[in-house]
Design a protein around this ligand. Sequence first.
Ligand code: IMP
Ligand code: MG
Length: 187
Amino acid sequence: MQNYQDVLAEVLIDAPTLQARIKELGAQISAHYPDGDLLLICILRGGVPFMVDLSRCITAPHKIDFMAVSSYGVGKRESSGFARVTLDLQMDIHGQHVLLVEDIVDSGHTIASVLDMLKTRQPKSLKVCALLDKPERREANVPIDYVGFTIPNKFVFGYGLDLDEYYRNLDFVGVVDLEKYTPPGEA
Ligand code: IMP
Ligand code: MG
């Protein structure tokens, strides 16, 4: 795999800017759930770094759980509209205040499917927190209650977001230069 420097077109959101915004989101969320009766659900794998940092900025007591979904894509970077649960929650969300934590809402199909599925389990409330929102690509009309940053229609990576599963570890969000990028296997 190439080094990230070789495929980076530009840094879109640097680490201090990410962390400052996550602090604000944490304060907002803490104020909205003062009773501390909150369950954060991280959508694997992209939501992991965001969930960890956000959780540390939420002063209200809360629990965390994880789920994974895979969308049947047309192309590798497209979402088809159907998401299938590949790893379910450990916890019962019935009667709980639930906040879904996602890396990015793009077409919106992933979040729409997850929301439909979780609603049937009758949580007390169900909201969405996404670090990034790419509204130009939206196909499914989903409510996003907390948004970190609204970004243009560019393929981004880092801070949880992957390029063919790599680069999730970066502490910033960058734009991919697709002309310089050679997918693994095509090198
Ligand atoms: P949606 O179902 O189209 O909203 O897609 C959501 C999922 O697609 C996200 O959870 C990401 O895993 C992935 N995704 C969408 N846009 C990007 C991007 O620019 N970079 C990396 N992953 C992305
Ligand atoms: Mg992904």
